[in-house]
Design a protein around this ligand. Structure first.
Ligand code: 48F
Length: 274
């Protein structure tokens, strides 16, 4: 039996602080920094960690999972096309038949929980409550993240941030494509038809699913966009509670950076060429 009397409050504090500081120190210098713990971010994190790389996901909200939890309009089921079912199976997430040919349904809470658990168990770190407020750009290449507590951002306290170094950054920030936007604001030309953020197109689920995977690419040196951030940056359609494209986009982003990590450091491979 656990003796509650043996627990000293300051020991609890000390142990939590030490364990967290160790985690924070581990993520200071990464192979891959992912921003946003939505379905694409968590999928990419799990696969990159599984490949043996140092990867962390920075998420500004308390709970990782992004737009998964609420399914469609809070009805907590999502649609996943059969191309993405092997990923659900790999992560142990159950799915069941729908009456749409080629698509299954999954419980959105199980999808979120399964992806979070899989990413952590593969060795990725998930750093929640941290807002990525800017990027580092060194010699024309994105070299890391500028971070602060979300509470500092929300309360608009005048507190300087800290930094994270990363060989590759992946923007999984969803509709905002915040990291691609930061790159643009810093004068970087993006690998889009206009060289700038194109803006998300209207809802059109069929083509959107294929386009989001096609648009998953290195959009600026050191920066890959995926998920709805890729759709918003490259001007493709939104798709609502259809999640196969998000998982496949996360997988493609993971493959892109895993391939790049096999190149010599700071390879001059052109952005936009998967
Ligand atoms: O939007 P989100 O779930 O990203 P996703 O992987 O998936 C999109 C779907 O959920 C859904 C959809 C499916 O068809 O359309 O919308 O593209 O998650 C993005 C996460 O990024 C976090 C945000 O809180 C959310 O959890 N985020 C956004 N900006 C920042 C950030 C930031 N600057 N710093 C840290 N986290």
């Amino acid at each position: 039996m656990v003796s509650a009397l043996s627990i000293r409050e300051i020991d609890v504090s000390r142990n939590i602080l030490r364990a967290y500081m160790q985690k924070l120190e581990e993520v200071l210098d990464l192979d891959v920094a992912i921003v946003g713990a939505g379905p694409s971010g968590l999928t990419a994190a799990a696969l990159i960690a599984e490949a043996g790389h140092r990867v962390a996901v920075f998420e500004k909200k308390l709970a990782p999972g992004g737009g998964i939890w609420g399914g469609g309009m809070k009805f907590n089921e999502v649609v996943v096309e059969e191309e993405a079912l092997p990923l659900l199976d790999k992560f142990g997430i159950r799915h069941h038949d729908s009456d749409m040919a080629g698509s299954h349904l999954a419980d959105s809470v199980e999808l979120a929980a399964g992806l979070i658990f899989s990413a952590l168990r593969a060795g990725a770190r998930i750093m929640n409550c941290i807002h990525v407020e800017d990027i580092m750009v060194i010699d024309g290449r994105i070299a890391g993240l500028v971070i602060n507590w979300t509470s500092v951002e929300l309360t608009r306290l005048h507190v300087d941030p800290l930094t994270i170094a990363a060989r590759h950054v992946i923007d999984g920030t969803g509709h905002d494509c915040s990291i691609a936007r930061m790159a643009q604001d810093h004068g970087m030309a993006l690998a889009t038809p206009s060289g700038r953020i194109m803006g998300q197109g209207p809802m059109w689920a069929g083509p959107a699913e294929e386009m989001v995977v096609r648009n998953t690419m290195e959009i600026a040196p050191g920066l890959v966009v995926m998920g709805m951030a890729a759709a918003a940056a490259l001007g493709s359609h939104r798709m609502g509670p259809v999640f196969g494209g998000m998982l496949l986009s996360g997988r493609k982003a993971a493959q892109l950076v895993i391939n790049r990590l096999a190149d010599p450091p700071h390879s001059s491979a052109a952005p936009g060429k998967p």
